[in-house]
Design a protein around this ligand. Structure first.
Ligand SMILES: Cc1ncc(COP(=O)(O)O)c(C=O)c1O
Length: 427
């Protein structure tokens, strides 16, 4: 879409005035004067999330063991409830989504379920830009089947080190490939892949395909009724604002409900007979059948309040504002920052862009440190990327304007030169 932005702070404020989502910001805990641009790494705490967490804590305090089964409370069904609240974000059926464990374990669960190698069709196609945990999990699953990663991995290499071409992905779907695991949005550059086209091509070749939605869930609406992937998984602590270590999400396409789960456990049993404690697993025929052990209820509770905000705001409205914010950020970068040697690593077109902008510079690490001291919360990713996520629930156009002004100040006064060229454990 072509945007007509105007220069100056007043223009930014005008956009905030017109923003139908502007009031959601007041429901978040923000530090005065701070510009939070790291919601693609850890989303902020909302009052809604706090309330749902405190309410579950109260249930525990007052009910003890009855928290699991007391009518209406029934925390042993909490994952179904949260799954149903999440499903509209990806246009899936409510019983196709469950909330479980962490993303990495859900990759193990999914590969354990869907990887069915034969003599001739045994490779797992992955790319070299995905977040490392996906690769570690895939390598581990191959080893568990007695297949070395050297033999079992079909590795798609990016041409430019930033983005992936759909043509290259499709060309890599050779007859030996049994399964494809890809990220919807690349964590560094913010490129959004053409999930429909890639999934269609996998299906044509009888290849199972799953998506890691960690960088798109809650930022980009997905239409799983149309895309129709086999499985997907994601974390809930980025755009979903579920809190540090929030329980992750798992989508299982209903055509696979009868499959055995890759990492089975007693919470995947049908609820009617779970407490008979039989050694035979009577696996539930919906995504809940992929539950393993006891739910992490306290790590699920903030998600409830947060997901209800998504229902209120509407994922389409959020995407529209997010695209406008990232387009505005790009406009300001081009207007104010290219003169200092900055470039943008995120694709230009709306349909190829997730929720953040990758700002590139040879001094990115030191500039990132200087930005933190200037009251901005960005993050740095090797080798030269500052990731900036103007999250539509709590970031204003005015913040984006101010962010760019603070970068100008750092560059103009060479403030970044005071910082060491070394990264800490959580950049
Ligand atoms: C694409 C992707 N997958 C997975 C993870 C993290 O996995 P986990 O939630 O298990 O720590 C991240 C973290 O940023 C990620 O970007």
């Amino acid at each position: 879409m072509a945007y007509a932005f105007k220069k100056g702070l007043e223009a930014a404020k005008e956009m905030d005035q017109e923003d139908i989502l502007r009031d959601f910001r007041q429901r978040f805990y923000l530090n005065e004067g701070e510009i939070y641009m790291d919601g693609n790494s850890l989303g902020l705490c909302s009052k809604d999330a706090e309330e749902s967490l405190l309410s579950v804590l109260e249930e525990w305090k007052t009910m003890g063991i009855n928290i699991w089964t007391k009518p209406k409370v029934q925390k042993f069904l909490y994952q179904d409830h949260l799954g149903a609240l999440t499903a509209p974000l990806i246009n899936a059926d409510t019983d196709e989504v469950t909330v479980h464990s962490n993303t990495t374990i859900n990759i193990h669960t999914a590969i354990g379920t869907f990887y069915e190698p034969t003599e001739t069709k045994y490779k797992i196609l992955v790319d070299d830009l995905n977040f490392p945990t996906d690769r570690h999990a895939v390598d581990g699953q191959l080893r568990l089947r007695g297949i070395s990663p050297e033999k079992g991995i079909a590795l798609l290499r990016s041409r430019d080190g930033k983005t992936l071409l759909a043509e290259d992905i499709i060309a890599a779907m050779t007859p030996e490939v049994a399964l494809v695991l890809l990220p919807s949005v690349l964590y560094r550059s913010g490129q959004l892949l053409d999930m429909q086209r890639i999934t269609d091509e996998a299906r044509k070749r009888d290849i199972v395909i799953g998506w890691d939605l960690s960088h798109s869930i809650g930022a980009v609406p997905h239409d799983f009724k149309a895309i129709d992937p086999d499985f997907a998984l994601w974390c809930s602590y980025k755009y979903l604002n579920g809190g540090p270590g929030a329980a992750a999400g798992l989508f299982i396409n209903r055509r696979h409900f009868e499959k055995p789960a890759g990492l089975p456990g007693w919470h995947g049993n049908i609820k009617e007979t779970q407490f008979e404690l039989n050694h035979h697993l009577d696996k539930a025929s919906y995504a809940g059948g992929w539950q393993s052990g006891t739910q992490h209820v306290l790590s699920m509770a903030p998600l409830e309040g947060s997901l209800k905000m998504y229902q209120e705001a509407g994922i389409k409205n959020l995407r529209e504002k997010s695209l406008k914010l990232t387009a505005y950020l790009r406009y300001l970068i081009e207007d104010r920052l290219t003169t200092y040697g900055f470039t943008v690593g995120t694709p230009y077109e709306d349909e190829h862009r997730g929720g953040h902008i990758a700002l590139e510079h040879g001094e990115a690490l030191r500039i990132n440190e200087a930005l933190k001291d200037a009251g901005v919360v960005p993050d740095f990713r090797y080798p030269n990327v500052i990731r900036l996520a103007p999250v539509p629930l709590y970031v204003r156009f005015e913040d984006v304007y101010e962010l760019v002004e603070r970068i100008v100040d750092i560059m103009e006064n060479r403030k970044y030169e005071a910082y060491a060229d070394k990264v800490g454990p959580v950049a």
